[in-house]
Design a protein around this ligand. Structure first.
Ligand SMILES: [Zn+2]
Length: 65
């Protein structure tokens, strides 16, 4: 049942894509927030490069480790 397996894989990656889309929408909704770009833990600014690469990340590199 190769077709069933492929369908399962396709559905799995689709739900992953949907999850990621939700995270990005969440991040985009926060761009208007004056605290966007600040680490939720320490409040220090998150590197712009990190924000652009991973906009859903809310912790700076130090706190994420
Ligand atoms: Zn931090």
């Amino acid at each position: 049942m190769a077709s069933l397996t492929n369908q399962g894989i396709a559905m799995n990656s689709m739900s992953k894509a949907r999850l990621r889309l939700g995270q990005l929408e969440h991040a985009l909704a926060r761009i208007d927030d004056p605290e966007f770009g600040l680490c939720l833990n320490g409040g220090e600014p998150i590197a712009l490069r990190r924000l652009l690469a991973l906009p859903e990340k809310v912790l700076c590199v130090d706190c994420a480790e």
